[in-house]
Design a protein around this ligand. Structure first.
Ligand SMILES: Cc1ncc(COP(=O)(O)O)c(C=O)c1O
Length: 473
């Protein structure tokens, strides 16, 4: 009865509208929800596989990979140097610090912290063909992101430049020599620097001529001199300019390390032919991806042809990975990524410099702080490699001195720097760096056994009393 009393038509309208809305919502959830689940069905399995492997922590001293060994259904840990055991927890105390290679694994923790944004799922049918429209496919999105990255970082001019992709910068360095050696020349071109690669390819178009300094004043107009300019320099990290000048001189700028992790960026590089690589930018050396910025169209065409003939372009999967990584790098205009990279590298450089500051036996290069356009402040350097010198007369073979002390570096002679020098990589894993530092600290403290450790301006220094006595006499 009461119901009949309060019943009004407007309540009926509300009831019907609410029922219709609920039906629509249920229909939406059933239809779209099922479709959504169906869409996730094939990727979900891949995602679960990836996460299962990633959950193998390997004690923080190794990794398990999707394509790694599987034993008893479990992914096998691949341990960092000097670590072993099924979960990489066993350290081998006598093991040498191997800091020879330029493997840029210091960035691995950044990618693990950014696992969700950097993961890529590749469909089984992703870009299966060799080419698109008779051309090796170059991702326009990736090209756009590369140009944007250079503009955000301010390390290279990309306006009015052509871009060629390559399987790492190594392929592009060869493509560039090929392209430049065909330029207005009747004789084989001469290549200065990068001896090993130049001689390995034994081309009819070019030959190795020795150090760039030898050709500084040469002026044979009929012979092209192709100079590799590595800037920042490998091994000492200094910013470099071409030495060989004149109409016959052509430079290939290898800017692998021209990123804010390793150097201040004083101004955008504006050279005719510049080569960059993902290897030293994001650390993904294994993906084999590099790019060249080229001013001249004919040189661009020749380089593109070289890459096409050499490897029919660059892996489509790699281009997809590179695009995803660059999107993460560009988040917040590169702030998080380059902060992580430069903070890690700076802390390593400071730790090493501090340890060696008390040594009379070993020294490392000095690089002046410079204004960095990216960080908008003067920055101290954090080079990828330490260029260590053995100062004592008797330590002529510095590589052997370090090797005996359990440090494997790269001989200075490989870089034309003489046997008193050794290159030490600072871009490897934290384990590698920690081990290097423990060996360096032992060497330096052994040095102080015969000497005395004193405080000078709050800095501990080793005073070699034998040296002081010799001087006084
Ligand atoms: C200065 C320099 N250029 C080029 C390369 C080769 O790089 P990519 O991995 O792109 O072939 C390296 C690698 O260590 C390097 O240090």
């Amino acid at each position: 009865m009461g119901f009949a009393k309060i019943w009004k038509p407007k309540y009926g309208i509300c009831l019907v509208s609410s029922m219709v809305l609920n039906l629509l919502l249920i229909g939406y959830l059933l239809f779209v929800g099922t479709k959504w689940n169906w869409e996730l069905s094939w990727s979900m399995r891949a995602a679960m596989e990836a996460e299962a492997v990633a959950s193998e922590l390997c004690s923080g001293h190794g990794r398990a990979y999707l394509d790694g060994l599987v034993v008893d259904g479990k992914p096998v840990c691949e341990c960092n140097t000097c670590f072993g055991g099924p979960d990489c927890s066993l350290f081998s105390p006598g093991c040498a610090a191997d800091v020879d290679s330029g493997n840029p694994l210091f960035l691995e923790p950044f990618w693990m912290q950014n696992a969700a944004s950097s993961a890529v799922l590749v469909a089984g049918w992703h870009r299966m063909g060799y080419q698109v429209n008779d051309q090796a496919h170059i991702s326009t999105e990736l090209e756009k992101h590369i140009r944007k990255l250079h503009s955000v970082v301010g390390n290279a001019v990309t306006e009015k430049r052509f871009i060629v992709f390559g399987a790492g910068s190594s392929q592009l360095l060869n493509a560039a020599v090929h392209a430049l050696s065909q330029d207005k020349s009747t004789s084989p071109a001469g290549v200065v620097a990068y001896k090993a690669q130049t001689e390995f390819f034994r081309s009819n178009d070019y030959k190795f001529l020795g150090d760039a300094a030898l050709w500084k004043n040469a002026s044979d107009a009929n012979v092209n001199i192709i100079e590799f300019v590595t800037s920042p320099n490998n091994p000492d990290g200094h910013l470099m300019k071409a030495v060989v000048q004149g109409d016959y001189a052509k430079a290939i700028y290898d800017h692998a390390n021209l990123w804010p992790h390793y150097t201040a960026i004083p101004a955008p590089a504006d050279e005719d032919l510049m080569i960059f690589t993902l290897s030293k930018l994001t650390g993904h050396a294994g993906s084999r991806f590099g790019w060249a910025l080229i001013k001249n169209e004919a040189i661009y065409q020749r380089m593109a042809t070289y890459v096409y003939e050499n490897s029919v372009g660059v892996s489509q999967d790699t281009q997809l990975v590179a695009l995803k990584l660059l999107k993460v790098v560009l988040e917040g205009n590169g702030g998080d990524f380059f902060d992580f990279g430069s903070t890690t590298m700076r802390s390593r450089w400071e730790t090493l410099s501090e340890a060696l500051s008390v040594s009379n036996r070993f020294s490392i290069q000095e690089i002046e702080p410079r204004y960095c356009r990216f960080f908008r402040q003067v920055r101290v350097t954090s080079p990828a490699f330490a260029w260590l010198k053995c100062e004592r007369d008797e330590d002529k073979d510095c590589y052997s001195v370090l090797k005996t002390a359990g440090i494997i570096g790269r001989q200075g002679t490989v870089f034309g720097g003489g046997s008193r020098y050794v290159r030490l990589s600072l871009i490897a894993t934290q384990d590698d760096f920690d081990l290097l530092m423990s060996k360096i600290n032992t060497l330096v403290s052994d040095e102080c056994v015969d000497s005395k450790l004193v405080e000078d301006h709050n800095q501990p220094i080793c005073v070699d009393y034998k040296l002081i006595m010799n001087h006084t006499l």
